[in-house]
Design a protein around this ligand. Sequence first.
Ligand code: EPU
Length: 419
Amino acid sequence: MEKLLIKGGNILKGEISCSGAKNAALPMIAATILNDEEIIFRNLPYLQDITTMFELLGSMGANISLDESMDFSICANKLTDLEARYELVKTMRASILVLGPMVTKYGYAKIALPGGCAIGSRPVNFHLDALKKLGASISLENGYIEAKADRLIGADIVFDGVTVTGTENIMMAACLAKGKTTLRNVAMEPEVSDLADFLNLMGAKIKGAGSELIEIEGVEYLNSTTYTIPADRIEAGTYLVAAAATGGEIKINSIQPERLNNVIERLKLAGALIEVNANSISLDMINKRPLPVDISTSPFPGFPTDMQAQFSVLNALADGESIVKENVFENRFMHVQELNRMGCNISISGNIAKIIGVNKISGAQVMATDLRASASLILAGLVAKGETIVDRIYHIDRGYERIEEKLSYLGADITRLPS
Ligand code: EPU
């Protein structure tokens, strides 16, 4: 298995651009199932999760190709196999995103039930309950979800809890349903709005994405389009926190800063000087030790759970104590034991981490457990004295494009070791 070797102590400085957002791209690729024509994607990030979604669509019969300008085109007009098998679903839970599009377009879907994962149990009951309200019949057998429907019929649906992929799944399903669907208590994440923009460009009629209530008027079919995937706000946030942790200076270009308001506010409280322009964020933390900042994760516009592990590293190096509360996933503190092995002082009680800042941590051999936990270990390695080896970096390759290249460009000493 490949590893990352980091020699800590370098200050990150410079300018980078972020890659396309994984969590915006995944539902859009699934949404191509709704369409009989070719869809072209620009700025798709080169990530393992994207490859897995391609494999999934490919296994069902979609045609995927890459042109000379590195744009991907997908034509999913003749799916021959309406099954998402366990072998693929177990490697990526976001495979569940094909459920809504398949049922509404083909009237049938058989999808392996995603199990728990490193960050929590992650059930899909909200997706299934909402799909039933649109008229699908659902059965669970032998570890698979089987969903059937004639044409789905629009309905008024209140989600029992806020779910990002659940909102996306049902929004996609409702696009081709008969009549009007109203979705309440939906996720307001920017990626939900991106998906709505993409679907509307293809001819869907969606209003309200980004707010608590989404209204969808079903249409008969969708048209071809070309779409540029927006920049990844979590990747941007990760590099901002990385620069802050090393006492560095960074400018992130080509992003939508308002998507990071909550993270920016907390970085300011940690002592960073931040300048926000229309499409960029600059951070200056030169010669500063971070101040401790309490964080409490929640759905957008709250502090993102996907930034919790990275920000915990900043707090672990801060001059004082902080509390980090994880409210979205029940098991998202897997990085803590590894960070403590590097000299951090973090104790966990339920969903609360108490962090006592230390002014020095040391390199160690550590193991990545999930995507954002891996990012936090890399951040710690950048600051630690001596060498850090991060093992199982396939987790990082799921969601950060060319991370060692981008960090090296900013001045880090980081190398990928072959397996
Ligand atoms: N939940 C249920 N039932 C459901 C669905 C969700 O109980 O049917 C619970 C979950 O167990 C969790 C909470 O609701 O406690 C929120 O989960 P959500 O469904 O919103 O998560 P998701 O859609 O599976 C997406 C991102 C995650 C990100 C979360 C939260 C994608 C592909 N994934 O997951 O991204 O952490 O929203 O913002 O969009 C990552 O990129 O590292 C990542 C894990």
